[in-house]
Unconditional design. Structure first.
Length: 193
């Protein structure tokens, strides 16, 4: 990893419950989450996909691993995606990389939505509502206007806005994010007309 200290990738423990044949609640799985992606091209961001739903209301039947798939950032239409993402200190090279390359490296090529032109290469937008909890560390979230500094224990509701994550610290920052498919914001739709 360019400009990064080698670090051990920590997959979060994932416990999945379900039902046995008689309908009694059981633990189906209890282990480190298996779907972990290290994105070296984007400075070493680690994303662990924990669960995905393809519809709402979501199915709670069966024993299949709903996270056993490759996908970009946004969830399926009418669905959701639950991830833990670890942002290492931002590699200075990321400040000069073209936005289109970063989106491709994140697996968001063709999925990132237009909004205002990004003010920084890390800025992107998806048509989702995101429930975010900072688990460890600190991170800054840039918006079109200003930015907000978040620490462990802080929560953020991200509502389909242009945003970019920058870790200006010296330690990784881990966040839990639940992405939920959403409608295009009225304000963005009107501004595009």
């Amino acid at each position: 990893m360019t400009g990064q200290v080698e670090r051990k990738i920590r997959a979060p423990r994932r416990v999945v419950t379900g039902h046995d044949e008689s309908g009694r609640s059981i633990v189906i799985e209890d282990r480190d989450a298996p779907n972990v992606t290290l994105r070296t091209e984007t400075g070493g961001i680690v994303s662990t996909l924990l669960w995905v739903t393809d519809q709402s209301p979501a199915s709670t039947s069966g024993r299949h691993d709903a996270a056993d798939r490759k996908m970009g950032v946004p969830p399926p239409k009418m669905g959701s995606a639950f991830r833990v993402i670890e942002f290492p200190p931002t590699d200075p090279a990321m400040h000069h990389k073209p936005n289109v390359e970063i989106l491709r490296d994140w697996g968001m090529e063709g999925e990132a939505l237009p909004g205002h032109p990004p003010r920084h290469p890390l800025v992107h937008r998806t048509r989702t509502i995101d429930y975010i909890v900072v688990l460890e560390g600190e991170i800054d979230m840039m918006l079109d206007e200003g930015e907000v500094h978040l620490r462990a224990g802080d929560t953020l509701i991200q509502r389909g806005t242009n945003h970019g994550w920058i870790n200006r610290g010296t330690a990784p920052c881990r966040v839990a994010i639940i992405f939920i498919d959403a409608d295009e914001p009225d304000e963005v739709r009107r501004a595009a007309q």
